[in-house]
Design a protein around this ligand. Structure first.
Ligand code: 5GP
Length: 200
């Protein structure tokens, strides 16, 4: 059976990638990988849905068991992609989407060079800061830490296959959907179609 395609999406905290992905996932046949993290749960988040929230000890024990496809430290916390569900879905032919930061994405690039890498960009750093303030889920020092981190992440964007600017939400959603559709039309993903056409 043909393996599914692995999509890796990065973008600074507050750039709106969660909102874009919510829209895109509504119609797409893609398994969204639920990451593990040691950061605190935000109001409205649900354990096992947004993240698997865990202690440092539990996270480090999973690292030792080789339970992560990748993991990274981000703003003083661990974030990681549990290996097993991703590998199972890909092997079953289903597309998988990882929403991860740039260090983890670079590790995936080494392990899975065939994955598709997409970066969501805010229109500007000042707009990003405004959105983080509006979200009001973090205190001011954390907002500043995340804005500084955003600048470092944006410098890595050119290594990605695609960059989408989230200025107007509906446009950004349409662009991400177009990228997923274009990738599904790649020759390498159409072997079954080619066989069928030749048999008719
Ligand atoms: P937040 O705390 O805002 O939910 O996420 C902070 C950052 O961690 C975001 O850039 C998000 O993409 C990234 N992230 C979430 N899950 C993972 C993961 O499993 N691995 C890595 N490397 N980064 C992650």
């Amino acid at each position: 059976m043909k393996r599914g395609t692995l999509f890796v999406i990065s973008g600074p905290s507050g750039c709106g990638k969660g909102t874009i992905l919510q829209e895109v996932m509504r119609d797409a046949d893609v398994y969204f990988s639920v990451s593990a993290t040691t950061r605190q749960m935000r109001p409205g988040e649900v354990d096992g849905v947004n993240y698997r929230f865990m202690t440092n000890e539990a996270f480090e024990s999973l690292i030792e068991q080789d339970g992560f496809l990748e993991y990274a430290g981000y703003c003083d916390h661990y974030y990681g992609t549990p290996r097993q569900p991703v590998e199972e879905h890909l092997a079953a032919g289903q597309n998988v989407l990882l929403e991860i930061e740039v260090v983890g994405a670079a590790k995936i690039r080494e392990k899975c060079p065939e994955a598709v890498f997409l970066f969501i960009m805010p229109p500007s750093l000042s707009e990003l800061e405004r959105r983080l303030h509006k979200r009001a889920t973090e205190p001011e020092d954390i907002v500043q830490q995340r804005v500084a981190q955003a600048a470092r992440e944006i410098s890595c964007a050119k290594a990605y296959d695609y960059i989408v600017v989230n200025g107007e939400l509906s446009e950004a959603v349409a662009e991400v959907e177009a990228i997923l559709r274009a990738e599904s039309c790649r020759g390498i993903n159409k072997e079954e179609l080619i066989r069928e056409v030749l048999e008719k």
